[in-house]
Design a protein around this ligand. Sequence first.
Ligand SMILES: Cc1cc2nc3c(=O)[nH]c(=O)nc-3n(C[C@H](O)[C@H](O)[C@H](O)COP(=O)(O)O)c2cc1C
Length: 137
Amino acid sequence: MTVFRAIYASRPFGFDAGVLNNILLDARRANARDGITGALICRHDIYLQWLEGPEEKVRAALARIERDDRHVDLVLRVADTQPDRQFGDWAMLHDPAVSWIWPPEDVAKGAAAQAGPLELEAIFARLRDMVGRGGAV
Ligand SMILES: Cc1cc2nc3c(=O)[nH]c(=O)nc-3n(C[C@H](O)[C@H](O)[C@H](O)COP(=O)(O)O)c2cc1C
């Protein structure tokens, strides 16, 4: 069994706690239905999301997400097939206000849009490690 994986970056539009909670409610409800798991790193200047699951479901979720007006400038950075899930325990792991990804000035210059798969994987691997130590929800 393989799993399809997509990683994208986008820019929040109207970012606050209420908006974020609603996004997570929508994401977790739909992902539980669709067999999608993943993680969402969010800060006032960036969303960075990892989605994994059946290819058809992940592509359909991406199409809905791309149309969502709660963010703009979505750039798909990775879309490939993997042997295993990395976030199998989470309908959408949420990591608020991470300070260890790129500094805001680098994000503003397009760091996420230029990042390669290995750099993106390292970011999400670090998030998984943090969760293992009780760092995120
Ligand atoms: C940053 C962000 C992340 C999102 N993550 C997901 C997700 O993981 N899965 C999902 O189905 N929808 C996600 N959504 C919500 C979708 O855009 C959409 O609102 C939801 O899938 C319901 O779509 P529908 O109203 O067409 O049924 C996300 C939206 C944003 C802005």
